[in-house]
Write a protein that binds this ligand. Sequence first.
Ligand code: SF4
Length: 322
Amino acid sequence: MKVGFTTSFPMEVVVGAGHQAIDLNNIFVLNNSQELVANAERKGFPRNLCSWIKGMYSTISSFEIDEVIGIVQGDCSNTHSLMAILKHEDTQVIPFSYPYYREYDLLNEEIERLEKHYNTNRDKTKRIKEKCDTVRKKLIELDRMSWQDGLVKGIENHLWLVCSSDFNSNIQQYSEELDDFIKSAKSRKLKKAKYRLGFVGVPPIIPDLYGFLEEKGARIIFNEVQRQFSMFYMEEDIVNQYLRFTYPYTLEKRVEDINKEIELRELDGIISYTQSFCHRQLDHLLLKKYLKCPILQLEGDQPGKLDERSKIRLESFLEMID
Ligand code: SF4
C-alpha cells in the first residue's frame, strides 16, 4: 500500500510491514503545488486555511494514496478536521499522537498500536530503523559539510534533510544518490558565505528563498526542523529516537537545540519562518524572546516565488547584521 503521512512519525513501522511510506508534504511541495492548492479551494477549502493542508488534501487523491496516517497530537491543529473530511470521502485514516508529556510508555503504546494495525512487530521495525540509521549517519556528514566545510548550499541541505522524512519512499535509492552527492560536493569549491544564517520553523513553501539569499552573499547553514526530520540522534531504541524529536513537543527543547546550534555553527542571524494561518505563528513570540541571535520573522502563504516585500525585508535584515 501507499501510506501517506502528515508529518514525521515512526515510518519504520510502515516500511517494516512492507508498505511504502510517503510524506504528503514533500509530494505536494515538489510537484504541481499551486494547482493542488487551487484544486482544494475549488472543493470548498477556505482561502484563509494553511496551504499545506489544502495541498496535502489534493495530493492524496492525485497520487492515489491508499491510507493516511494523521498526526493528531504534536503537529497541526487542522489535522483532526482534515481526517474527518478524508474519512467522509472513504479514505482509510489512522491517527498517531505524540504524547504531550513526552513519556516513554505513552509513545511506546502509540508505536505498538501502529504495529498492530499493520500486522508487524518491533523486530521488523528495528531492522528498518537500522537500515535508516546508516543513511542518517551520512546525513550528519552532509549537515556537517554545510556548516563546517562550507561545501553544501542551503537549498541542498534543505532538500536532503526534508526528504529524509520518507527517504523519497526508497531508502536504497536515496542512500546511493546521497553517496554520489556527498562525493561530488567534497571535490568542489563554493564561494564562502558572508552571512551565516539559520532557518527555524516549518519548512518553507517558497524554496527559492535559499537561492535569493545565496545571491546576496548569505547562506543558510542550519535548517532546524528539516534536521530534526533526519533523526540524527542515533538512539538504539526507536521510542527514544522519537522522544528526542523536538518538533512535536513543547517549545523549550526546540529553543535549547536551536541555541546550541547558533553557538556551534556561529550563526549571524535566524530566519523564523511561519506559514500564513498557522497556529505555530505564536511560537515566534517566544523564539524572539529566547533565541540568542538577531531574528527575522518571514511569512509564506501560497507556494511559489518569494515576493518583493519579503526580498526587501531579507535585504534589510542582512544590512542590519552588517
Ligand atoms: S504550516 Fe502549520 S497549519 Fe500548516 S500544516 Fe503545518 S502545522 Fe498545520
